[in-house]
Design a protein around this ligand. Structure first.
Ligand code: ADP
Ligand code: MG
Length: 681
């Protein structure tokens, strides 16, 4: 029999029932049991009573000072009390329903008890005890997350047995040189110390090794995937015309920021390389991604290819088409827009031109790379504002084009600490600098009771000819309620501004066409106020809108607030963002405060991560975040970086694919399906 598959039933005490419950928890084999780690530890270290708060759990060792007194009450219930001298303190220890202890404990004995400390009455209600002095071997008791009636102590007993009889099943899976280099514990000691720690240092060392192992595994998958994609997808080496590209940059009405220059170079290097580009371009709202896109699309055209720019909505497609035409028509490019309103004959003609290679750059929604649309020679696809981060989703897109290079652009700043995990298999470029001379959006935090004043302020802005967005309360997970809220606020504002300003309404229940229509009305200044749910978040550009009012702002994440705020401050006028919020918690107040203090998306995203944790950062549904048993991708970030560098080196080395010491890691990769190009999740 394959030893690794040794079923859990070989352990004494595991009958059918227990086996089933263990299986429900995910433990089928003895090896599974070894790898089933505690999710926390009960701390049984001795403490000074003076340092323990009322009602906290405490472990103390003491000398018995009085004969135990046993008292019965109710039916079969009883209470045993002893006086115990702990250091200089005489306290009482109370044991419930353990009458047999009366015979086992006598004056002068040393006992160790754990339980809840009643500071005022100087009583410990005992939850567990040892007759005798404290055993530091039991300072930390692991607690497991389990299903059914299995207890942590059952698991501990099974583990004791397993370590005694089957520890040869634990295979070292890290190569020797890495263990030596980082002075990591071997696998067996690691597991033993995680299950039966005897000191904080034990736990720390075991944890350190396990974190590294988890990260190395994860990074091997990422780097393996990258290698696989490189070797299995022939890219195009695009020989673009450097001088022409420089000429275009010279024609721009401004000079590029250093950050823009840097990322343009990074992307151009990818274009030229024989590999397929798989790059993410991150840049805050307004950092100038569109120009970068225009430049590299142009480069691709000078190399003899066509380019495509995909955006999530038709209105964005129109806006992008307009700015790209402005930049690229002067250098003789044919830029075309394909939306659902391009119909009939015009559509047919456009598609023909595209196929004949007469259109250089096509802009539209995701429909661009589907069905009827065929290019003569598509070289570069850029997608803007892609908010979904799953590895799987990125792959689908890459598989649609053939050998085309793909660039993803996003305005959602991802904290450095998450980017390495979430975009592990991609190259990442960051525009971390704003064009000079930007006006800062002034941000205020106001209590809901100040709404009246806020509306007066809005009235003033509007009477100066400006426009305003009003974003409505977000009610968790309920689109229906969100819509209702937007409708309510819309009617309130319509009443308030009746006869003076036009108020529009937008929410997720509208069809794409209706949304586009409302947006167009606002863009044309036929509406002065736009009441909306968060659907307005994605990169819309109405430079005349200078005011953003966000109701119940404490319900939004910092990154989302930042995205919303980015809808204003796009024109020549001073812009304002007003957060209406009555946060109840300190964290909530801190979040509003920081919004008023910084407009740097990366600072906010780091803060957001710190305050909300990685799980909540992207929202649960589409997080695409890997799960680790022990490692924490934020706090163990340094290790993650180290593991990534190691994984890179390993994957690229000949030894990794041949030598025995890597066989466990290779097997891991094979089992995870990466090398066949299967799904990662
Ligand atoms: P993003 O797409 O990153 O939000 P855009 O590309 O739309 O930002 O740029 C925002 C505005 O800044 C545009 O009006 C653009 O013309 C302008 N801009 C871009 N780069 C620069 C620069 N280097 N100097 C001055 N203005 C710039
Ligand atoms: Mg943009």
């Amino acid at each position: 029999m394959n030893k690794v598959r040794l079923p859990i039933q070989v352990l004494k005490g595991v009958g059918e029932g227990t086996a089933q419950q263990l299986a429900d928890t995910g433990i089928h084999t003895v090896a599974d049991l070894f790898e089933y780690l505690p999710y926390r530890y009960e701390d049984y270290r001795l403490k000074e009573l003076t340092e323990v708060a009322h009602e906290e759990r405490v472990t103390v060792e003491g000398k018995v000072h009085s004969e135990p007194s046993l008292m019965y009450y109710g039916r079969k219930k009883n209470r045993l009390t002893i006086r115990l001298l702990v250091g200089r303190y005489l306290i009482q220890a109370i044991f419930f329903n353990q009458p047999y202890l009366k015979k086992k404990i006598s004056i002068g004995d040393t006992v160790t008890i754990s339980g809840k400390w009643d500071k005022h009455r100087q009583i410990v209600t005992v939850q567990s005890y040892t007759l005798g002095p404290h055993n530091t071997q039991k300072d930390f008791e692991p607690v497991y997350s389990l299903k059914g009636s299995i207890s942590s102590s059952t698991i501990r007993k099974l583990l004791e047995q397993a370590f005694l009889k089957h520890s040869e099943l634990i295979e070292e899976n890290l190569p020797d040189h890495l263990l030596k280099q980082y002075r990591l514990l071997d696998k067996r000691s690691t597991l033993e110390k995680l299950h039966f720690p005897s000191s904080p240092d034990d736990m720390k060392q075991a944890r350190r090794r396990f974190v590294y192992e988890e990260f190395l595994h994860f990074q091997l998958k990422m780097q393996g995937l990258r290698k696989f994609e490189r070797e299995n997808s022939y890219g195009i080496s695009q020989q673009y015309h450097v001088e022409k590209v420089k000429e275009l940059i010279g024609l721009l009405p401004f000079s590029l920021t250093d950050a823009q220059r840097r990322v343009v170079n990074e992307i151009l290097t990818d274009l030229k390389s024989p590999y397929r580009m798989n790059r993410l371009l991150q840049g805050d709202v307004g950092s100038g991604k569109t120009i970068v896109a225009a430049i590299v699309l142009y480069a691709s055209v000078t190399a003899g290819f066509q380019g495509a720019l995909m955006v999530p909505t038709e209105i964005l497609a129109e806006q992008h088409a307009e700015s790209l035409m402005k930049i690229l028509q002067p250098v003789g490019l044919n830029v075309a827009l394909l939306t659902s309103s391009v119909k009939g004959k015009r559509r047919k003609l456009l598609l023909e031109k595209l196929e004949e290679g007469e259109v250089d750059i096509l802009i539209g929604t995701h429909a661009l790379i589907q069905d009827e649309v065929s290019f003569k020679h598509l070289g570069l696809v850029i997608t803007d504002e892609q908010h979904r981060f799953g590895v799987g989703q990125r792959r689908i897109l890459r598989e649609k084009g053939e050998n085309t290079d793909v660039l993803f652009m996003t305005a959602t700043p991802i904290p450095r600490t998450l980017a390495i995990t979430v975009f592990g298999e991609m190259d990442v470029s960051v525009i971390d600098e704003m064009p000079a001379g930007r006006k800062r959006i002034e941000t205020y935090w106001a209590k809901q009771e100040m709404l009246e004043r806020v509306l007066k302020f809005m009235e003033k802005e509007l009477s100066n000819g400006r426009q305003a967005y009003v974003i409505c309360p977000l009610i968790e997970e309920s689109e229906k309620l969100d819509v209702q809220n937007a409708i309510d606020v819309h009617s309130q504002l319509s009443l308030y501004f009746e006869g003076r300003q036009q108020v529009g309404l937008m929410h997720g229940r509208l069809s794409a066409e209706e949304k586009d229509h409302v947006m167009q009305e606002f863009s044309d200044n036929h509406l002065q106020i736009l009441v909306s749910t968060t659907v307005v978040e994605v990169g819309v550009n109405v430079p005349n809108a200078t005011m953003m009012v966000i109701y119940d702002a404490e319900r939004f994440g910092l990154s989302q607030l930042h995205q919303l705020r980015g809808r204003v401050g796009r024109g020549e006028h001073q812009s304002y963002c007003i957060l209406l919020a009555d946060p109840k918690t300190e964290v909530g107040k801190e979040r509003m405060q920081i919004m008023t203090e910084t407009t740097d998306g990366f600072v906010l995203s780091e803060k957001d991560l710190e305050l909300r944790g990685p799980g909540d950062f992207f929202g649960k549904k589409q997080s695409g975040l890997p799960e680790f048993k022990v490692a924490d991708m934020v706090h163990d970030y340094r290790t993650l970086e180290v593991a990534r560098d190691d994984a890179k080196k390993l994957i690229q080395s000949v030894e990794f694919w041949e030598n025995d010491e890597y066989s466990a890691l290779r097997r891991y990769l094979q089992e995870s399906g990466v090398m066949e190009g299967e799904k990662l999740d």
